[in-house]
Ligand binder design. Structure first.
Ligand SMILES: Cc1cc2nc3c(=O)[nH]c(=O)nc-3n(C[C@H](O)[C@H](O)[C@H](O)COP(=O)(O)OP(=O)(O)OC[C@H]3O[C@@H](n4cnc5c(N)ncnc54)[C@H](O)[C@@H]3O)c2cc1C
Length: 311
């Protein structure tokens, strides 16, 4: 239960303005900036430098321009334009074209129709130069609408787009059937948000068991699925299952977050598996960063050590 409690604690802290101000002041500047471990930087240039390094290690990447839960249409428009600028910059840089985004960043909580328009603008620009776009999954209250919007754009012909399912949510088995029928690409994660008992497993062992169950279905029935986890036991289970079913490594990919378990990222590539690293960047890094702390309280010690060393 420590996991649930620490997720809840850090999710609450992620709304603290004082902490956010302090973090913005100290987190990304200085030679030992603690946020840099998990965030590639604040600018597109930082992000492109980071993905070049990842690509040079024989890995793939997906770029996430950080931002979520915007409260105004102006902020949603700014995020949309930032994604359009990112598409242009990635295209010019000649690196792999793969993005991840969040619908609440495009205005979902303000005006659903405008959010869909914003998403379509990004998908249209991306389609013109061969991008794949993944719609991240946010908290459970956004799950149904996220899948509905995904289905809408998919049926309109934007098929270079995929979604995410969280094994923590009870509904994900049914969502798997619904999305898999379309032949769409699914990324499977455990789920980064604190969720109530009514909708989600509370015990880590249940979340992990649901993960392995869904991962096996994805590997045998899915369309180029993404198994996104740093959990070694699950990774071993998936590798064994795929080999047993004769599913070769180019039919799925593993994904991990920037700065987390780089050792495992490297060893999976050495074993011949595909590895995609999720590379977040931008100025709105605080909520993302707090979720990473909540997942592993040992990260707090790392942050404190960095701050003390900096002083
Ligand atoms: C590519 C990718 C995309 C994601 N997209 C989404 C999304 O769209 N929606 C969503 O809700 N969640 C998303 N997540 C986050 C996910 O839901 C989990 O919160 C996160 O991956 C931690 O769970 P785990 O599967 O690694 O397993 P855990 O059981 O939490 O961790 C297993 C091991 O991984 C390492 N580890 C895990 N987290 C950390 C950390 N923060 N710092 C250091 N080490 C750590 C530790 O060694 C730990 O023992 C994404 C994760 C990845 C990898």
């Amino acid at each position: 239960m420590l996991g649930v409690a620490s997720k809840a604690f850090f999710q609450t802290l992620s709304h603290s303005r004082i902490l956010k101000t302090l973090a913005s002041r100290y987190g990304m500047s200085g030679s030992r900036s603690f946020a840099r471990r998990f965030i590639a930087g604040e600018t597109i240039a930082d992000a492109i430098d980071a993905v070049r390094e990842i690509d040079a290690r024989g890995m793939h990447h997906t770029l996430d321009y950080l931002g979520e839960s915007v409260g105004t249409l102006a902020a949603a428009e700014a995020a949309t334009r930032a994604y359009l600028a990112l598409i242009e910059a990635v295209h010019l840089a000649g690196v792999e074209k793969n993005l991840s985004l969040k619908l609440t960043q495009l205005g979902l909580d303000v005006d659903k129709a405008i959010c869909v328009d914003n998403l379509r603008r990004i998908l249209a620009a991306g389609d013109r130069c061969g991008f794949f776009v993944r719609i991240d999954m946010e908290s459970s209250k956004h799950a149904e609408v996220t899948i509905e919007i995904f289905e809408t754009v998919w049926r309109h012909g934007n098929q270079n787009v995929g979604v995410v399912l969280q094994s923590a949510l009870y509904r994900s088995e049914q969502d798997f059937e619904r999305i898999n029928k379309l032949g769409a690409r699914i990324r499977l994660v455990k789920g980064a948000y604190r969720e109530p008992k009514a909708v989600a497993y509370q015990d880590k062992s249940d979340v992990d068991a649901a993960y392995l169950r869904l991962a096996k279905r994805l590997v045998s029935e899915g369309t180029y699925p993404a198994i996104a986890t740093h959990d070694e036991a699950i990774l071993d289970g998936v590798k064994r299952f795929a080999a047993g079913q004769g599913v070769t490594p180019e039919r799925f990919e593993f994904q991990m977050l920037y700065g987390i378990r780089r050792d495992l990222q490297t060893s999976l590539v050495a074993e011949g598996y595909r590895m995609r690293v999720y590379v977040p960047f931008g100025q709105e890094w605080f909520p993302y960063f707090m979720r990473r702390l909540g997942e592993r309280p040992a990260n707090v010690a790392f942050v404190l050590r960095s701050l003390l060393a900096e002083r």
